[in-house]
Design a protein around this ligand. Structure first.
Ligand SMILES: C[S@@+](CC[C@H](N)C(=O)[O-])C[C@H]1O[C@@H](n2cnc3c(N)ncnc32)[C@H](O)[C@@H]1O
Length: 202
C-alpha cells in the first residue's frame, strides 16, 4: 500500500474518508484516516493470541483493523462494528474474511451474542467521542462496560485539539466513572493531527 506523510492510507482511501467526513462530520469525526504509527500504539500490549476476544468500534477505512488482522491468531475472536454503510462496503472489499456488522456499537451486547461470545477482553475504538452528544457517549459506555470482562480494556484515542472542546472534556471526565484505571499514552506525533491513546481498564 502506498502511504504518504503521517495521514493513513493511500490517496484513494483518504479521499473516501474525507468524503465520509464531509457528508457525516458528526459520526466520522476526522478528516484523514489514522496513521500506522497510531495503529501500532493502539494495539501495543493487546492480547491477540488464541482464545482472545476482541471487537473494534468504528473501523472507518480500516487503519486499526489492518494492524489487528496482521497480528491476530486464527483462533481468536475478532469482529468490527461500523455504522456507515459506504465505509463498511469498502472494508468488506478490502478484508473479505472480516466479521463486520453494519450497526451502531450501542448494540454491542446483541452483536456479542451473534458472535457467540459473552464477554470481551479488549475493545479497540476508532469512535470520534468528542463529536458525540453526552447521551450517546453514555449509552455507548454503558453498553461497553456491560460486555467487557472484569479487567478488560477499552482502548481508544483522541486528538489534543479535541480536549479543547466541551464534548472532548466531558468524555475525558466521564471515563473514571466507568473504569477503575485510565492510562494515557502518547503523543503519537506521526498522525494527522497528533493523537494520544487511552487505555481504560474495567
Ligand atoms: C474517526 S473514524 C475511524 C478512524 C479509523 N481508525 C480510521 O483510521 O479509518 C470514526 C468511525 O466511527 C464510525 N462510527 C461513528 N459512530 C459510530 C457508532 N455509533 N457505531 C459504529 N461506528 C460508528 C464512523 O462511521 C467512522 O467510520
Amino acid at each position: 500500500m502506498k502511504r504518504h506523510g503521517t495521514g493513513g492510507g493511500t490517496w484513494s482511501t483518504r479521499a473516501k474518508f474525507l468524503t465520509a467526513f464531509l457528508t457525516r462530520p458528526g459520526t466520522v469525526g476526522a478528516i484523514t484516516p489514522s496513521s500506522r504509527f497510531l495503529a501500532k500504539e493502539m494495539i501495543r500490549g493487546v492480547d491477540l493470541g488464541p482464545g482472545a476476544r476482541i471487537a473494534e468500534y468504528g473501523p472507518g477505512t480500516g487503519a486499526f483493523t489492518r494492524a489487528i488482522l496482521d497480528s491476530i491468531d486464527p483462533n481468536a475472536t475478532f469482529f468490527a462494528v461500523e455504522r456507515d454503510e459506504r465505509l463498511a462496503a469498502e472494508l468488506r472489499a478490502r478484508y473479505p474474511g472480516l466479521h463486520l456488522h453494519v450497526a451502531s456499537v450501542e448494540a454491542i451486547e446483541s452483536l456479542c451474542k451473534e458472535e457467540g461470545v459473552e464477554q470481551l477482553d479488549t475493545i479497540i475504538s476508532g469512535l470520534p467521542w468528542a463529536s458525540f452528544p453526552s447521551a450517546l457517549q453514555r449509552r455507548i459506555l454503558d453498553a461497553t462496560v456491560r460486555v467487557l470482562k472484569p479487567g478488560g480494556r477499552l482502548i481508544t484515542f483522541g486528538y489534543y485539539v479535541g480536549l479543547l472542546t466541551p464534548a472532548g472534556r466531558r468524555f475525558a471526565a466521564l471515563l473514571p466513572e466507568y473504569f477503575s484505571r485510565v492510562e494515557r499514552a502518547g503523543p503519537v506525533w506521526r498522525n494527522a493531527p497528533p493523537a494520544f491513546v487511552l487505555r481504560c481498564t474495567r
